[in-house]
Structures are given as structure tokens and as C-alpha cells.
Design a binder for this molecule. Structure first.
Ligand code: ADP
Length: 369
């Protein structure tokens, strides 16, 4: 759009571009004050007058603003206002060139508003995440403090019961009661120890002793501990420890706990008289141990989930055997901390399960390729 006004601000020239952009025809607008194309806001702040001052002092004034069309709608335009002078150098009027930028402006506004929406959504998301993290942190802390407070009184009780059991001439009724107390407190202590371990794992504070460890010795110990559970159910343990290189750096007590857990689960989730297989093999620079049962099996969808804390498949018949659903979570964290892997395999319910642990060997003990 190109148009001109006199010194008094009345329109003297109006081209077809101006008619297209602003709506008025030349005949309608010539002689009228140019103020009609300014918005009430700009008029209130004297924007047109300021533009004229700039143009007079600097020869030219550039601006970008909303203008009013004849129908009252708005057009975003960038413009340039120049002074026209007569032969004597006196101001004779002004000429203005406007470029309609409404489409670009609207696209820019839409972009800005969606950017704003996105920023707000991100901010809300950040706040929500921080709240979840704070709640989870509070829960972890609560569990840690609770487990610690629950565990502390059990040690002196266990010691006192142990001492009482050694007293001579204890009547059988008292001996039996003492045994029952020791068994149950021992069970409770183990649950709480598991809870403590899980809280340590979530806080990244699981301590691992690093010492030279013979994995077959660890497996033998774990098997010895689980033996009474197996005997009770008439179950058998088939050992095929074929790995030749089994020395690694690790925490033998924690590793023993892992394999004891896997063997105990294999027994717990298998019928009476079942056979449980424990085998070892060397792979490249590592040793793989497999605990295989032909018991109740695991749904494919559960194979990864069972390693999450407190996860248990409620419907399985092993449920009556109790447990907190922490054993596998602790086992996995322990094996991870040793740089190894623990995974489960099962062809589904009724087809048994295998748990496979791989652990890296000490470099000098790695089998030669
Ligand atoms: P818990 O034994 O205390 O329930 P775990 O973390 O040791 O906790 O095991 C989690 C779940 O994984 C068990 O409740 C069971 O559903 C499943 N599971 C573990 N071992 C076996 C197995 N050998 N056979 C079938 N299901 C198993």
C-alpha cells in the first residue's frame, strides 16, 4: 500500500494497493484524516504524531503495528513514513508505504502461543515429576528408618534366646518354645534385612565386598543351606558344575544369598518330589550358572517384572509359602553390582523356569579362546 497525506494529516493520494490492504477506495478516503487507519490504542498514546516527529527529524520513520481496515478488522503491517518537501524545503506532506504482514504475524503468534503452551506443559510436567520424586524419596526414607528401627531390637532377642537354649535341664516345653521363638524371630529378621537391602539398592548404597571368590564354593554353600527345604518336600537337587574357571572378584556372602534365593524359589514354585537342576558352564571370560526347575513356570509377560521389588504373581501356588517379593530384586541388584547379568526364562505356566546368572571372571582365570 502506498498513500500520501498533507501536512494536516488528510489523505491526498491512495493507490490500489492501499485499497486492497486497508479496504477504503481512493474516492472514499481522500480528504479524510489518516487517523482512521490507526487503532484506538495507538491514537491514545499518540503513536501517529510520534512517527511524524521521527520522520521529520530523521527523514524517515519505520514501524510495525496493527492498523484498522475499513470494516474494523485489523491488519498487521510494517511501514515506512517519509517526509515530502516543496522546492523551498518546507514540509509539504508525508508518503507512507505499508506492507501487509498479517499472515506472517498470525503464524508467528500461533507459533509463539504453542511454544508458550509447550513451555507451560513442560513446567507442569517438571513440577509433577518433582512431586513424584519427593514422594518416592520420602517413602524410601520411611522404609529405611522403619526397617532399621524394626531390626534393632531383634538382635538382642536372638542372642538371649540362644543363651537360654544352652541352659541345662530345660523342660521340653520350654525348649520347644525357645526354638519356635528363635525360628520366627530369625524369619522376621531376614525379611527386615531384605527390606533394608532394597532401601539400600534404591538409594544406590548396596555395599559389595570385593575379594577373590571361588564360585563353586559359593554354590556348594547355597545348596547346603537349601537342602533342608528340599528334603522337607522330597525334592532332589541335580548338580552339574562343569565350569573349569570359577574364580572371580566378588562378595561371597551376597552371591551365596543370590543362589540360595534362586534355589529356594525353584523349590518353592515346584511340586513335591520335583528335581531342581543347578549347573555351571564357562563362556567367554565369564561363568554362567543356571538354576532350572520343572515347576509352575512364569507367564512371558512377567519375566522382566518379577525382578521389580514387591512383585509377586498372586495366583501361583507358591504364594502360600510367603515372601515379600524382594528376593529377585535384591539378587538382580547384587549381580548387576558384580558386572554380571541375571535373567529368567520360562515357556509359560506349567513349563518350569530357569534363572541364568552370568558373572565376569578374573582376567587371569578367563578360559583361553
Ligand atoms: P518371593 O519369592 O518372596 O515372592 P521373589 O522376588 O524371590 O519374591 O520372586 C518374585 C516372584 O517371581 C515370585 O513371587 C514368583 O511369582 C516369581 N518366581 C520367582 N522364582 C520363580 C520360579 N522358580 N518359578 C516360578 N515363579 C517364580
Amino acid at each position: 500500500a502506498i498513500f500520501a497525506t498533507g501536512e494536516d494529516g488528510r489523505v491526498t493520494y491512495w493507490n490500489s494497493g492501499a485499497e486492497r490492504v486497508l479496504g477504503w477506495s481512493e474516492a472514499e478516503i481522500v480528504g479524510q484524516s489518516i487517523d482512521v487507519i490507526f487503532t484506538p490504542e495507538d491514537l491514545a498514546t499518540n503513536a501517529p504524531a510520534r512517527e511524524i516527529v521521527t520522520a521529520r527529524t530523521e527523514g524517515r520513520a519505520a514501524d510495525e503495528r496493527w492498523h484498522l481496515r475499513k470494516d474494523g478488522s485489523r491488519v498487521w503491517a510494517s511501514g515506512s513514513l517519509m517526509v515530502m518537501r516543496d522546492q523551498r524545503g518546507e514540509v509539504a506532506g508525508y508518503v507512507k508505504i505499508l506492507r501487509d504482514q498479517t499472515a506472517a504475524r498470525e503464524a508467528h503468534d500461533a507459533l509463539e502461543s504453542s511454544r508458550q503452551d509447550l513451555l507451560e506443559a513442560l513446567e507442569e510436567n517438571k513440577i509433577a515429576r518433582a512431586e513424584v520424586e519427593a514422594a518416592s524419596h520420602a517413602k524410601d526414607k520411611f522404609l529405611a528408618v522403619l526397617s532399621h528401627e524394626l531390626r534393632t531390637p531383634l538382635t538382642p532377642i536372638l542372642m538371649a534366646v540362644g543363651a537360654l537354649e544352652h541352659l541345662p535341664d530345660t523342660p521340653p516345653l520350654v525348649s520347644e518354645a525357645l526354638q519356635m521363638i528363635r525360628r520366627n524371630i530369625g524369619l522376621e529378621a531376614r525379611f527386615i534385612d531384605d527390606l533394608l537391602d532394597v532401601t539400600k539398592i534404591t538409594r544406590g548404597q548396596l555395599e559389595i565386598v570385593r575379594e577373590e571368590t571361588d564360585l563353586h564354593e559359593v554354590l556348594d554353600h547355597a545348596a547346603a543351606i537349601v537342602r533342608s527345604d528340599l528334603d522337607e518336600r522330597g525334592q532332589k537337587l541335580d548338580l552339574q558344575l562343569e565350569a573349569r574357571n570359577v574364580v572371580l572378584t566378588g562378595d561371597r556372602h551376597r552371591l551365596q544369598q543370590v543362589f540360595w534365593n534362586l534355589l529356594k524359589n525353584a523349590s518353592k514354585f515346584s511340586p513335591d518330589q520335583a528335581t531342581i537342576h543347578l549347573s555351571s558352564l564357562n563362556e567367554d571370560h565369564s561363568v554362567a550358572v543356571r538354576v532350572r526347575d520343572s515347576g509352575f513356570g512364569i507367564e512371558p509377560a512377567e519375566l522382566d517384572r518379577i525382578f521389580d521389588p514387591f512383585t509377586q504373581e498372586n495366583r501361583d501356588p507358591g504364594r502360600k509359602a510367603g515372601g515379600l517379593g524382594l528376593g529377585l530384586a535384591i539378587a538382580k541388584a547384587t549381580i548387576d553390582a558384580h558386572g554380571g547379568t541375571l535373567r529368567a526364562e520360562s515357556d509359560g505356566p506349567g513349563h518350569g523356569s530357569s534363572f541364568i546368572v552370568t558373572l565376569p571372571l578374573n582376567p587371569e582365570d578367563s578360559p583361553r579362546d
